[in-house]
Design a protein around this ligand. Structure first.
Ligand code: UDP
Ligand code: MG
Length: 314
């Protein structure tokens, strides 16, 4: 089994995390690797990871050259994990390590490929986080036609076959919590209480949350593009009505002062155009980065490759 852990500036919580994870994995009684992906941390994380690795040989460290984001770090981990089962888990102890045993058990007893960790209680998350998360899952369920469970983040167990299927996807900006259900492997769910972050601060500022939402929507739906068409249609009808009105007043000899209507029309049409251009831009930008074919992360170091040069190259 492989446990993939993306970390970004988590020096405060890492010792606590490994302390709790280790007995859980030892108790399962199977061989395992803990693949920690250091997403370009700027704090003491790299030093700490080297120390942890010396004390716990099952730990493997992969360091990315720059902070590439949670999803890219997860992708880097999945691409390198060697286990027959792969679990992805956050380092901040919001996902309880104890649930890993339950997930593995569920996968085996129910014969499924994917087990989602579903947050049954998020009372420890801020009102803002809960609100935006609920909106996210509702919107994606409606326009994204995705089949995954709501409030399942990236705490999930995947079979080798599932991970292989994810790894061959050429898609950039993968939002794994949407991509994995879309692959359609048989799945089960294990509920868990979302704990409060054990230490340190969230590495998901509003800008990163927004980025994840935009990637989710543009990755799974062309609804905004169609929305642009609808705006255009409505705007067109309104403009036609204004035209008829303007012509009518001209023909009946009423010289309209005209300023108000012109101003409103220009402003409204301008706003709609800008909005539609922005939406188009999101998709064009996505096509552009996809066509560049540049990897979404660069691996700077792999502790496995450093000791055994023939493995872990990929
Ligand atoms: N993370 C990462 N790269 C980033 C941001 C976050 O690897 O750019 C990791 C982080 O270290 C943690 C996990 O992703 O292990 C989830 O992040 P966090 O707990 O800060 O998010 P939140 O729970 O606040 O949504
Ligand atoms: Mg967290």
């Amino acid at each position: 089994m492989s446990v993939v852990v993306p970390v970004y500036d988590e020096a405060e919580v890492l010792p606590l995390f490994t302390e709790q994870l280790r007995p859980v994995l030892d108790d399962i009684g199977e061989t395992y690797e803990v693949l920690v992906v250091d997403d370009g941390s700027k704090d003491a994380t790299p030093v700490l990871l080297e120390r942890i690795r010396r004390e716990w040989p099952a730990v493997r460290v992969v360091r990315l050259r720059a902070n590439s984001g949670h999803q890219a770090a997860l992708s880097a981990g999945l691409a390198r994990a060697r286990g027959d089962w792969v679990v992805s888990i956050d380092a901040d102890l919001q996902d309880p390590p104890e649930s890993i045993a339950a997930m593995l058990q569920a996968a085996r007893s129910q014969g499924v490929d994917v087990v989602y960790g579903v947050r049954t209680d998020r009372s420890t998350d801020s009102v803002f986080k809960r609100g935006t998360a609920s909106a996210f899952y509702r919107v994606m369920g409606r326009i994204g036609r995705t089949s995954g469970p709501s409030h399942a983040g990236d705490f999930r167990l995947m079979s080798r076959a599932t991970v292989d299927a994810v790894n061959v996807l050429p898609e950039h900006h993968r939002v794994l919590r949407l991509v994995v259900p879309a692959l359609g492997f048989p799945s089960a769910e294990v509920g868990y209480q979302r704990a409060a972050r054990a230490a340190g601060r969230s590495k998901y500022p509003f800008t990163k949350m927004l980025r994840l939402s935009v990637d989710s929507i543009t990755g799974f739906s062309t609804a905004p593009l169609r929305l642009a068409t609808w705006f255009g249609l409505v705007g067109g009808v309104a403009a036609l009505a204004l035209l008829v009105y303007a012509l009518g007043s001209f023909l009946t000899g009423h010289t309209t002062p005209g300023w108000t209507s012109t101003f409103v029309a220009v402003a409204a049409v301008g706003a709609v155009q800008l909005l539609c251009l922005g939406m188009l831009g999101e998709y064009v930008g996505r096509m552009y980065t996809q066509m560049q074919g540049r990897p979404s992360y660069f691996v700077a170091y792999d502790s496995l490759a450093a000791t055994t040069p023939d493995q872990g190259r990929r």
